[in-house]
Design a protein around this ligand. Structure first.
Ligand SMILES: [Zn+2]
Length: 146
């Protein structure tokens, strides 16, 4: 399975994502390291490089996610997949409470934990973006509401 993503496909993914990280909903222009094309199901686990398996992710979410596809929900000991930006609604799994991205579901919990949505540096950064009206931006807010 190829992990290669053409420039055209990359552009399709970027535009579809409204230039947002589809996990933490930060706008690419407000990231230090930019955004990258993420394989939702990693190539290692048999995921394809088709557009339906691709998401736009900030470098930080993408680093923490790595080739993982989910984690253990420790309250029950069961495996849960991660949030899938192609098939899941953000608002169903997460809720923004000030700078904190609160998980609402088991999928939300494992995603927020492994992608470190709420580590102290990211909370501080999000707090600053909120203060300057940069988070959530208009398109991110729409994703948080629907
Ligand atoms: Zn992100």
């Amino acid at each position: 399975m190829s992990r290669w993503v053409s420039a055209q496909l990359r552009q399709t993914v970027t535009i579809r994502a409204d230039f947002l990280c589809e996990y933490c909903l930060v706008a690419e222009e407000n990231t230090f390291y930019g955004c990258e094309v993420d394989h939702i199901i990693s190539v290692k686990h048999g995921g394809s490089s088709e557009v339906d398996n691709l998401a736009y992710a900030c470098a930080i979410c993408n680093r923490y996610k790595g080739s993982d596809i989910g984690s253990i929900f420790w309250a029950t000991g069961e495996f849960s997949r991660f949030f899938n930006p192609r098939t899941d609604r953000w608002a169903e799994h997460f809720q923004l409470e000030q700078e904190f991205i609160k998980p609402l579901t088991i999928i939300g919990e494992v995603t927020a934990r492994i992608l470190e949505f709420n580590d102290s540096a990211r909370l501080h950064e999000r707090e600053e973006m909120i203060r300057f009206g940069k988070y959530p931006n208009e398109v991110a807010l729409a994703r948080m509401m629907r």
